[in-house]
Design a protein around this ligand. Structure first.
Ligand code: AMP
Ligand code: MN
Ligand code: MN
Ligand code: MN
Length: 311
C-alpha cells in the first residue's frame, strides 16, 4: 500500500469561481470533456539534485503513481536530476525538460522556470555553468557570514549535507540544525538566511533579461515563478512583469503550491492584462504539512491559456 496521501494536498480549482472570473475577464469558454489523461500536471518540482528530498528517480516514479501525466523537474540552477532520468521515464508520464533559474531584477532576486528547452544547447549549458560558479561563490560568502556569527565550519558542513547537489541555503539551514545552532530550518531562515538577514547574499545572479533570453535561445519557454512571493506592490509587480515580457517571457505561474484563492485571482488579472499564458506547479520539495503534494488539476483552466499547450 502506498502510504502517501494521494490527492489530499493537491490544489483544486474552484470551478464556479474560475469560470466566473474567466468570463468577467473576457476569457474563452471552459472546455468541457477535456481528456482526463492530461488533467493532472506539474511543472514545478524539486529533486535531491537541488534542495528536494527525493531522488529524481523516486520523484518521477511517485508522480506517475499518483496520476501526474506531464511534469518537469525544475531544480534550482541544475538539470542533473532531469538528465539522470530522462531516458527512463515511467509509462504514462511525459517528462519535459525544466529548471528553475535564479536571476536578478535590479536588486531583487527572482526565479524563472524554464520549460521545454534543448538541454544540450550550448547557450543553456554555459548559463548553468556560470550559475554553478555563482552558487559556489555564494556558499563561501554565506559560510563567512555564519562564521562571523559564531558558526564555524559551515561550508564543509553544508557541502556534506548537499552530497553533491546544487548547493543552496536549505543545505546551510539543515547543517545549522544538525550542528545544534538552531532548533529548526525555519528558524535558520528567520534569523540568518532569509530576506535581509546576514546569509542573504544579493547582487550575484545573472540578470532577468539575460536569463529569459537564454531560455528562449535554447528553444524553451520562460515562466515567472511564484510572482507573489517577491512581496511587491501591484505597481512594481506590473513593472517586473513588463520587464519579463520585454525579454521574451511568456507566462506567469498562477498556481504555485497551495495558493490562496485571492492570490490566484490577482495573477489571472495580470495574465489577462498583459496577454500572457499561465503555468502551474506544486513546487514540491518534500512531504510537509505546509507544502502541496505532487500534481495540479488543470481541467478548469481555459483553453489556450496553459503554457503546456505549446510544449
Ligand atoms: P536558494 O536557492 O539557495 O536561494 O534557497 C532558496 C530555497 O530555500 C527556496 O527554494 C526554498 O526551497 C527554501 N526556503 C526559502 N525560504 C525558506 C524558509 N523560510 N524556510 C525554509 N525553506 C525556505
Ligand atoms: Mn527550493
Ligand atoms: Mn522559487
Ligand atoms: Mn521551486
Amino acid at each position: 500500500m502506498d502510504s502517501i496521501p494521494r490527492r489530499s494536498a493537491r490544489y483544486h480549482f474552484d470551478y464556479g469561481r474560475q469560470s466566473r472570473l474567466a468570463s468577467q475577464l473576457g476569457g474563452s469558454a471552459i472546455r468541457f470533456g477535456r481528456s482526463v489523461e492530461i488533467a493532472v500536471i506539474d511543472f514545478h518540482t524539486h529533486s535531491a539534485a537541488s534542495d528536494g528530498a527525493l531522488s529524481a528517480r523516486d520523484l518521477i516514479d511517485r508522480a506517475a503513481r499518483e496520476g501526474v501525466r506531464r511534469m518537469a523537474i525544475t531544480d534550482h540552477d541544475t538539470i542533473a536530476g532531469y538528465l539522470s532520468v530522462c531516458q527512463s521515464v515511467p509509462s504514462g508520464l511525459e517528462l519535459i525538460s525544466g529548471v528553475e533559474l535564479s536571476c536578478q531584477w535590479g536588486r531583487v532576486g527572482i526565479h524563472v522556470v524554464a520549460l521545454g528547452f534543448d538541454p544540450a544547447a550550448s547557450v543553456m549549458t554555459r548559463h548553468l555553468e556560470s550559475l554553478d560558479k555563482a552558487r559556489r561563490d555564494r556558499a563561501e560568502k554565506i559560510a563567512h557570514k555564519l562564521d562571523r556569527s559564531g558558526m564555524p565550519g559551515a561550508l564543509a558542513g553544508a557541502m556534506a549535507v548537499a552530497e553533491g547537489a546544487q548547493i543552496g541555503r536549505p543545505h546551510f539551514a539543515r547543517w545549522m540544525v544538525l550542528a545544534g545552532h538552531v532548533e529548526s530550518e525555519e528558524i535558520a531562515f528567520k534569523r540568518f538566511l532569509g530576506r535581509g538577514k546576514p546569509g542573504d547574499i544579493s547582487m550575484l545572479w545573472p540578470t532577468l533579461g539575460d536569463t529569459v533570453e537564454t531560455i528562449t535561445a535554447a528553444g524553451g519557454l520562460a515562466i515567472l515563478a511564484h510572482p507573489l512571493d517577491y512581496k511587491m506592490t501591484a505597481t512594481r509587480l506590473r513593472a517586473l512583469t513588463d520587464a519579463f515580457c520585454d525579454a521574451g517571457g511568456v507566462a506567469l505561474e498562477v498556481i504555485n503550491g497551495r495558493p490562496r484563492p485571492g492570490d490566484t485571482d490577482t495573477l489571472w488579472r495580470l495574465v489577462r492584462e498583459r496577454d500572457l499564458q499561465v503555468s502551474v506547479g506544486s513546487d514540491f520539495h518534500r512531504d510537509s504539512p505546509y507544502g502541496a503534494g505532487l500534481g495540479v488539476e488543470i481541467a478548469q483552466i481555459p483553453e489556450g491559456m496553459g503554457v503546456w499547450e505549446r510544449l
